[in-house]
Structures are given as structure tokens and as C-alpha cells.
Ligand binder design. Structure first.
Ligand code: ADP
Length: 472
């Protein structure tokens, strides 16, 4: 159990971020240390070498003034005062033979380097070398230089102090780097957890949603960071999906309902004919009703197919030049009797020129739907008026105005949805597809249908068709 949790933890993004954070921190500290380490070593060596050169020139001064005896005396005193562990002093001939020495008791393992003397004699410049003595954990920095004619001085300085300083520096650094690593890991873990805290919430919400709970939303912390933006976008997407799903389910309910009614009617009539009066006349009536119902069904199915195809941008419209004045005039003649039956006044104001490029059959259907609605939803004694006028960009505008029942503001947003019918109009027959089809036709021609209405006063449906209207 514990091992599994540990394994899961090691796979987590927060853990890997922490490791990266602490690792990068430790690596940069280490590189900084290496840099300082070599700088310090370099500075210390420079200092020691300068010291050695200064002392060599001091001895060379003594040599000039007091001769070799003076040098011997100062060397003996120097070795004593510096502590005989510290310094090594030898006076040598050009051939490396020792005249005198101080501090050799401590440095007895350190001899004379013939190569250094040869180097000194050839170049005439002091030669400096380091002799490492691991058994004593010490090193000796040695200078060979001429302090007088034929007199070579070998002067050694213990590096024990420097070595101690560097060892202390190493220890301090390793402790510091360890602490830094731990601190960086803790801070990194805290930061990573904080930064990723929202991701866990989003993942949990996504799990719930995929489990079927479409009401769940990703938590938004209010920090307005990237995670909040992600949660917001996800929630917005979920809202849209939910609205779509609701729309689809409403639509399938409506389709089922609208298809069920005519089929039930066909079935009921057939049943009655069979059981009560199976005469020839009854069969004729049944056949006629069946054809009528089937026509209505087919019309509905075709309208649905057309709307879907038009909305998806797939239509088999064959564009041609269409005179809208003629098209509206024909439609008005068709509806004349119905309007007269309802004592409605039908007015038409044609435009001087109203030709567009489009599909006459489809445009006719759109005009018929809008005219049919205006007549159906206007009570007896009312007025329906169609006005065609040029619109901007040489397009054409057709207004269908009525003095009918009107549409409430909320419903105006929904009347173009498939199967939507406003409550006050339910007494009238209809499928709720007329306006969806009208808008689909207008949009397929690059135009649109809009509405302006006041309940109880009337409505105006406006069709705008662009000049070069044709299938888009
Ligand atoms: P329907 O077959 O119900 O007429 P439509 O898609 O043509 O379907 O219209 C949808 C709804 O919009 C109608 O049911 C009606 O409530 C409302 N409507 C459409 N045209 C008008 C109008 N001219 N006046 C009032 N309400 C209208």
C-alpha cells in the first residue's frame, strides 16, 4: 500500500518538478562552488609565490650587505622564529652542494631538485615548484633563486594553512549545498503543489462528468492564472455541450411527437374502417386520409432534411435569375382566398426591380411559409402587408408585416429553432418547422431572416437577400 503510494507519488508531476527544481538549484550551486574554489586556490598560490619572491629579494639584499655569514644568521633566526616546521632554507652552490640549511629537521624528506637548479641557471629567473607530502598531509611551495654570485637559495613555505582553509571551505560548502538542496526541494514541492492544485480539481471534475454527471463544473479558484483559464474554458465548453445535448434531446422528443401523431391517426382510421364499416366508400375515405397524412409526414421529413442540409452547408440549389416581385405576387394570389375567408386585407408594394440569383422553388417556399404564418397568426379583420425594397449593397429586402398576435421577446429568440411553437399559437395547426426552413433558405442564399414583434400588436419578418445571392 505504502509502496504503491510512493510509486504513484514518484510518477506525479509535482514530484518531478520538485526534483528538477532542487536538482537545478544544487547543480548551479555546485558550479558556483567549483568556480570559487579555483579562484581561491589561484589567489592563495599567487600570494604565497609573491611572499617567496619578496623573501628571496630580501635575502639577496642581506647577501650584498653582509655577505653569506649574514644570510646564514638571518636564515637560522628566521627558521627558528617561524617555527622550524614552517620554513625550509638551504644555501646551495651552482652544482647543488649544500652550504648551510635551516628547517631541514622537519623537511628532511625534501631534497634539492636538480631540474629546478638547471632551469634557474639557464633562464636566470627564479623557479617555483610544489612538493606534495601526502604522509604529512602537507605541501611545500619552494622557490629556487640566485641571491649572490654562485649562491642559490632554496626557500620553502608550508601550505598547511592554505590546505586547512580549503578543507574548511569544502566542508562548509558541502553542508551548505546539502541544506540548499533540502530547502529547494521543500520550496519546490510547495510551489509545484500550489501551481498544480487546480489540475487535481479539474481532473476530478472531468472524472465525474465522464461518469455521466453533466452538471459538474471544474472548480475556479479566482486566482485568474492559467489553471483558472483552463477551468473557465472547460466550463464554457461544458455549458455549450449541455445546451446542445438539451437541444438535441428536445428536438428528438419533438420529432418523435410530431411523427407519432399522423401515424397514430392513420392507424386509428384503418382500425375503425376495418372494425366498423368495411365498405368501399369507407376504404376510399381511409385511402384519401392516409395519402393526406403521408403527404404531411413527407413534407415534414423533407423540411427537416432540407434544414439539416442547409445548416451543414450542403444543398442542391441550382441558381438562376429570380424576379422576387413576380414570386411574391404569385404567392399572394395563392393565399387570396384564405385571407378573404378570414376577412384580412392583403397589401403588396413591389419594388421597381427585385431580381436576385437563387433557387426559385426554395425562395417560393420561404415566401409561402412567411405569408402563411402572417395570415394564420392574424385574427379576422387584420391586415397583412408585403413590401419589397432595395436594400444596401444592391440587395433586396422583403418585409412581411401583420397586425396579428405578435411574439414575446423571449420567444423571438427561439422561433427559428426547429419545432419551436409559441404557446399562444398552439391552437393553430403547424409543425414548428416553417421559420427554420425560411431562415435556412435565406442563409443558403447568403442572406437571413429577422423578426421584430410586439405581443398583441403584430410582427414584421424581414428577409434580406444580397445582390449576388446564390448558394453560399
Ligand atoms: P408553425 O408551423 O408553428 O407556424 P413556424 O416555424 O412557422 O412554425 O413558426 C414558429 C412559431 O413562431 C409559431 O408556432 C408561432 O408561434 C410563431 N410565429 C411565426 N410567425 C408568426 C407571426 N407572423 N405572428 C405571430 N407568431 C408567429
Amino acid at each position: 500500500m505504502f509502496l504503491r503510494r510512493l510509486k504513484a507519488l514518484s510518477r506525479s508531476l509535482a514530484f518531478r518538478l520538485t526534483l528538477w527544481y532542487a536538482g537545478i538549484f544544487a547543480l548551479s550551486s555546485f558550479l558556483a562552488f567549483v568556480f570559487f574554489y579555483y579562484v581561491i586556490i589561484d589567489v592563495l598560490r599567487e600570494q604565497t609565490d609573491d611572499n617567496l619572491r619578496r623573501q628571496l629579494s630580501a635575502f639577496s639584499g642581506i647577501m650584498q650587505v653582509e655577505g653569506i655569514t649574514g644570510v646564514q644568521q638571518v636564515a637560522a633566526m628566521d627558521a627558528l622564529s617561524g617555527g622550524d616546521k614552517k620554513r625550509l632554507i638551504r644555501l646551495l652552490s651552482r652544482f647543488g652542494t649544500e652550504f648551510t640549511a635551516a628547517g631541514t629537521d622537519y623537511w628532511q624528506n625534501v631534497g634539492v631538485n636538480a631540474d629546478a637548479i638547471r632551469g634557474l641557471l639557464t633562464t636566470g629567473k627564479p623557479v617555483i615548484e610544489t612538493v606534495v607530502l601526502p604522509e604529512r598531509r602537507d605541501s611545500l611551495r619552494i622557490i629556487y633563486g640566485m641571491i649572490g654570485p654562485g649562491v642559490i637559495m632554496q626557500l620553502g613555505h608550508s601550505l598547511a594553512g592554505e590546505i586547512r582553509l580549503i578543507t574548511a571551505f569544502q566542508g562548509l560548502f558541502l553542508t551548505t549545498i546539502g541544506l540548499m538542496f533540502l530547502l529547494a526541494a521543500v520550496i519546490g514541492w510547495f510551489l509545484a503543489r500550489r501551481a498544480l492544485s487546480g489540475v487535481g480539481g479539474i481532473a476530478a471534475a472531468a472524472r465525474k462528468i465522464s461518469g455521466g454527471d453533466l452538471e459538474t463544473r471544474a472548480p475556479v479558484s479566482g486566482r485568474r492564472d492559467e489553471i483558472d483559464q483552463l477551468a473557465g474554458t472547460l466550463n464554457h465548453m461544458l455549458d455549450r455541450i449541455q445546451t446542445l445535448i438539451r437541444g438535441i434531446s428536445e428536438m428528438s422528443d419533438n420529432i418523435a411527437h410530431d411523427l407519432k401523431s399522423p401515424v397514430t391517426r392513420i392507424r386509428g382510421l384503418a382500425e375503425i374502417t376495418l372494425t366498423t364499416d368495411p365498405s368501399g366508400e369507407a376504404y376510399e375515405i381511409m385511402a384519401a386520409s392516409t395519402i393526406e397524412e403521408c403527404d404531411r409526414l413527407l413534407e415534414m421529413i423533407n423540411a427537416m432534411l432540407f434544414i439539416s442540409r442547409a445548416e451543414a452547408g450542403v444543398h442542391d440549389i441550382r441558381p438562376a435569375r429570380v424576379d422576387l416581385n413576380a414570386l411574391v405576387g404569385d404567392a399572394l394570389r395563392l393565399f387570396e382566398t384564405t385571407a378573404a375567408d378570414k376577412q384580412l386585407r392583403l397589401d403588396f408594394e413591389a419594388a421597381p426591380a427585385a431580381a436576385v440569383k437563387g433557387d426559385a422553388r426554395m425562395l417560393q417556399r420561404m415566401i409561402a411559409n412567411l405569408l402563411d404564418n402572417a395570415i394564420r397568426y392574424t385574427p379576422a379583420g387584420g391586415r397583412v402587408r408585403v413590401v419589397i425594397a432595395p436594400s444596401s449593397d444592391q440587395g433586396v429586402r422583403i418585409d412581411f408585416s401583420d397586425t396579428g398576435i405578435g411574439i414575446s421577446g423571449d420567444d423571438q429568440d427561439r422561433i427559428f429553432e426547429r419545432f419551436f411553437r409559441c404557446d399562444p399559437s398552439r391552437t393553430e395547426s403547424g409543425s414548428g418547422l416553417g421559420l427554420s426552413l425560411a431562415r435556412a433558405v435565406a442563409r443558403a442564399h447568403g442572406g437571413d431572416v429577422t423578426v421584430q414583434s410586439k405581443p398583441g400588436e403584430g410582427s414584421t419578418f424581414s428577409v434580406i437577400l444580397p445582390a449576388k445571392s446564390g448558394p453560399s
